[in-house]
Every structure is written in C-alpha cells, then in structure tokens.
Design a protein. Sequence first.
Length: 365
Amino acid sequence: MSLQIGIVGLPNAGKSTLFNALTQAGAATAPYPFTTIDPNLGVAPVPDPRLDQLVALVKPEKVSPATVEFVDIAGLVKGASHGEGLGNQFLGHIRNVDAVLLVLRGFEDPDVPTAGEQVDPLVDLETLEMELILADLGATDRRIEKVQSQAKGRPRDFAEQLAWLERLRTHLNDGRSAVTFPEPAHHADWTTDFPLLSGKPRLYVVNVGEDSLPTGDPIAAPVRAKAQAEGSPCLVLCAACEAELISWPPDEAAEYRRDLGLPEPGLHSLIRESYRLLNLITFFTIAGGKESRAWNLRRGQTAYEAAGKVHTDIQRGFIRAEVVPQPALIAAGGVAGARSQGHVRLEGKEYEVQDGDVINFRFNV
C-alpha cells in the first residue's frame, strides 16, 4: 500500500488549489467552505536531479520518477471533534493517512471569506490542532476504558500500559498535541488501532499572497517559530502563484520566480519535504537502458524488500543485488566503468538500501 500525505486545513485556506498544483488532478475549488467533500487522491512526481543525470547517461526509452500520494481532505471547522461541519468524516480521513500537511492561510483576498475574524495563520493552526487534540482525547478515554476492562482479574499485566495512557491523557488535557508527547509507546501493540491524529508527522505550509514572497514574514514568522520548536518542517509558498506558473513556458516561469526571490518552484521543496516526512529514500533501476526509474523505500528497509517494490517475482527468486552508488556510476560513465573501478558490490537479502543506490537484482524463478 502506498504511503499518503493528507492535505489538511480550515475552509478557504487554499488546500485544493495546492493539491491541484501538486498533482494537476483538477479538484474543484471555490471561495466557500466544503468545496471538497469526498477526499481527492493525486500523485506527484518527486523532483530528483540524480534521476536526470542517469537519464542523460543511459538515454532510456522510458523515465519513471518516484512519486508521493497526496489526499485533499475536506476543510475542518471548529467543533469537528464533536461532529460539526464534516467533522467525523474529516477526522476519519485523517486517520487513514501516514502524515499531514497543514495548510494555513496567510493571504488577504476580499472575495474569499476567512475562517476566523481575520487572516492569522497561527490562530488557524491553534484551531486545527485543538480539534485534533480533542479527537485524540476522546480516543484515549475510550482506549483507557477498554484496557481497564481487559485488566480485570490480571491488573499487573496492564498496569504499565494504563499508566502510560493516563500520562498521555494528562498531556492532551493540557492542550498539548501528541506530536510533543515525550514518551513513545513501550510496546507496538499499545497503539494498534489507536492512531493519534495530533501525533502524525506534520509539515506546515503557510499559503501567502505573491507580494509576501519569498519569506512570508511577518505573518509566517510565528508559525515558523512553532514548527522549529517542535522539530517539524515549515514552508512558505503561494499556492495560487504555483498553480498559475505550471502553465507557463519553463523559461518564463523560472525568470518570474527569480524576480520573486525563489530559486526553484515551491512545489519542488514541498514534495521533497513531504518525502522526508514519510522517512523515504530513493533507489534507482536502469533496466538495461530500457527504463530509468526511481523507487521510494522506507529508510532502513532491505534489498529483499526493495526487490518486492520492483516485482514480486524478483523478490521471490532473489539471489543477489548488484549495488553501485549513483555518484560513482555517473563519475565512471556507466556500469562497465563503475565495475572496472570496483564500485559495484554484490549484496544479500539483509543489505540495508542506501539513498541513491542504483540496483540490479539477480533472481531466478
């Protein structure tokens, strides 16, 4: 199953505009709440100059970049944890994603109503976060009741878990999100079927007007400070601008971005940060010159697991993985040169794939 990032925000924050710019999926946008009701799913290619270098070297018939899946989720409103707006449906969709991209409005537009009294991304973030915390608090209360029931007759078996849940409840009751809870579960089964919405990895995106680029300050500064304090990434971009520039000729779009003080498309930074948020790395296959392809893999996974990403038959008949780091392959001018210089290694099933590995799988089925 592919890993997914949910795009979350208050109504009219620019979520669907950003989703369309990322995925070119054509989700409906309008200046009123709940344009998005059912979640939209789209796929964005991951920009990677290493793949571009491989393509220039190999000149394949086909090029396939790695991808990230984004889900455009209906706008949250205050009271969602109690079923307001599309609350229960909204929270259910967040439970199903692996990480969240929190879109915060930082632009003024008299034609697009604000969720609050004025444009204030930090206040909007506090609203979003409180609804997630309240949902987690309800889930924690229910989990405590369930574990207390299981503990009847054998309290010692569940004492440690109940104590951990009580500390988590106190943390949430204080208005603090699970992402800042300093004590991870001691056992994996403690959190089975118990996804904490406010504990999912998160990326803050302050969606500003074009005139606030490139930094978004002063309006983005408080959000950036909060993100830094909790160790979460934070980006500033103009979703409307990014969406428009996609249709421009590349040279003109690049010149316009330079005039705005932007070294690259904001979408590229966002996709790369999303990739890191999911703890993904990239390995490459070049398929005898027919296809150069980038694959994503969870950091720490093995060559055997990477083989399964390419094809189940390759995993089933795995013999060895021929591995060469992408920089060494480029510097040597190809596989033959890399082999003659001793850069190609044979690795077994348990080899931990490294970011940038170019792999040829030996297999027999």
